[in-house]
Write a protein that binds this ligand. Structure first.
Ligand code: SIN
Length: 522
């Protein structure tokens, strides 16, 4: 029996922990309560080929098209062909996906899907249903110890192999936990941006830890902005998401004068790829002095909206909005990071013993732009595969041959310079988020990125509170993201450079990064 450490309690971490617990002892470390994660907030659903009029080939084609030439086709094939079996696992675990009146699985349509294939549960509470079922199953496993309110500080290395974690436990004590393998599943970094659909826990801790440990990162410049978060005055750290599935059901976008504008931008109008809709809204907002765009769902009845989108319906009503009668104000917000810790199709990173799954990882599934509702599927499918590579009696010895091996690709690794000037000032998280939103957001230029880099180099992070530790991680990641966005002198998917508006064949490859300083722990 091995001892495996899993960091993070979203769909990827919980799935990996559950599978591993068949044979191994698992310690699951999570910095908040077990049920708190980005997964919990997912609305739209999980895309998977579960219908006879659909095919894996079509799901693959849609995913590759959305990824704008940067997906790893092998990973996409794994996702789309193994995903349906993993959905059946979830059903066996008790996830109640919604059904139609005639007993078939219900399915929604989202942007850039050629077919309706998005399964949902509780209408728009898919993430909550999945998280609840997985948490219940994990809690029932004697082989899984859960350490809640425990912050993972760093990966512990011995002879360049991951052998454990340094953690700050719920009492604030720093200690080391040894393990045969460490799986990072701690999610994304939506808190890099001032406006984000992500909960406050999404501070990129896993990617920052992996960077400090010397692991390779890839596709860091690609951050996806969701077109429609509710534009209500709010002091919350996250913006309320209005699912793309609402547009899938027929809602339209209106400018400040009540006119539709998306049909002039893309033939698929409101259901164009997500980056195009987000940019279209952002540009329209700039033309109308920052006033929000309106999402008009009034063609759908109040009963339908309440039944199909109960969470959004309640959130609107809490804020005094009746979306069955009036269009609601929306604005783009940071949503999903396509880049992350570079892995093969089994979750293995460039550091032996260190694995990464879910949003923290870059499997190459999403390329430059994630297809809607592919992320829960990725966490589920690759969380399962990662566990199975560790369960296997004869572990797969070589990396996926269609994915360049970490060594062969070393020539493409761009080192990150960690030496900072003297006389830096203490970073304030809100200022960091505002800088990222203004200068490294939906549209970028060399001058905006250079201005961001200059400011980032004059900030340092300090302190031992969780907030300070998270802010330090965000600052490290912001620096890498700016370096990556500067290096990619083209526009592709979610990365739009106003000074290089075209896609360039020379950049049809992932940029890979690694910290030149390897943190060696005892
Ligand atoms: C949504 O419901 O619009 C979000 C789905 C996703 O990000 O995949």
């Amino acid at each position: 029996m091995k001892h495996i450490l899993v960091v993070g309690s979203g769909i990827a971490g919980l799935t990996a922990a559950l599978e591993l617990s068949r044979e191994h002892a698992v310690t699951l470390v999570t910095k908040a309560a077990l049920a708190e994660s980005n997964t919990r907030w997912a609305q739209g659903g999980i895309a998977a080929v579960m219908f006879s009029d659909d095919s894996v080939a079509e799901h693959v084609a849609d995913t590759l098209r959305a990824g704008a030439g940067l997906c790893n086709p092998k990973s996409v094939n794994v996702l789309c062909s193994e995903g349906p079996d993993r959905i059946r696992d979830l059903i066996r675990l008790g996830v109640a996906f919604d059904h139609t009146e005639n007993g078939q699985l219900a399915r929604g349509l989202e942007a850039a899907h050629s077919r309706a294939r998005v399964l949902h549960s509780g209408g728009d509470a898919t993430g909550l249903s999945v998280e609840t079922a997985l948490v219940r199953a994990v809690r029932a496993q004697a082989n899984i110890s859960v350490l809640e309110h425990t912050f993972a500080l760093d990966v512990v290395l011995h002879n360049d192999v991951a052998v454990g974690l340094e953690i700050r436990d719920s009492e604030g004590l720093i200690r080391t936990i040894e393990a045969d393998a460490v799986i990072l599943a701690s999610g994304g970094a939506g808190q890099l941006y001032l406006h984000s659909t992500n909960p406050s826990v999404a501070t990129g801790d896993g990617v920052a830890m992996a960077l400090r440990a010397g692991a390779q990162l890839a596709d860091i410049e690609f951050y996806q902005f969701h077109p429609t978060a509710l534009a209500s005055p709010s002091t919350e750290s996250s913006s309320f998401l209005i699912s793309e599935a609402v547009r899938g059901e027929g809602a339209i976008l209106l400018d400040a004068h009540g006119h539709r504008f998306m049909p002039h931008i893309h033939p698929k109008a409101e259901l164009a790829p997500r980056d195009i809709v987000a940019r279209g809204i952002s540009r329209q907002m700039a033309e109308q002095q920052g006033l929000p765009i309106f999402l008009d769902a009034t063609a759908l009845t109040a009963d339908f909206l309440r039944a199909r989108f109960p969470t959004i319906d309640a959130a609107c009503r809490d804020r005094g909005l009746d979306w069955s009668r009036d269009p609601i104000p929306v604005t783009p917000a940071a949503h999903y990071w396509m880049g992350g810790i570079r892995t093969d199709t089994w979750g293995r990173t460039s550091i032996p013993g260190l694995y990464a799954v879910g949003e923290v990882a870059c499997t190459g599934v999403h390329g430059a732009n994630r297809l809607a509702s592919n992320s829960l599927l990725e966490g589920l499918t690759f969380g399962w595969r990662c566990a199975h590579t560790l369960l296997s009696a004869a572990p797969i010895a070589t990396y996926d041959p269609t994915w360049p091996t970490f060594d062969e690709d070393a020539g493409n690794v761009l080192p990150i310079d960690t030496e900072l000037p003297q006389n830096t000032t203490l970073v304030d998280r809100t200022n960091l988020q505002a800088l990222m939103w203004d200068l490294v957001g939906i549209e970028r230029t060399r001058s905006s990125l250079e201005a961001a880099a200059a400011q980032l180099n004059h900030w340092h992070a300090d302190g031992s509170t969780i907030h300070a530790l998270e802010t330090a991680n965000l600052l490290d990641l912001a620096r890498v993201m700016v370096a990556a966005a500067l290096a990619r002198e083209e526009s592709r998917g979610a990365h739009f450079r106003n000074d290089f508006p075209e896609t360039s064949a020379a950049f049809q490859r992932s940029l890979v990064y690694a910290n030149k300083v390897t943190v060696a722990c005892p």
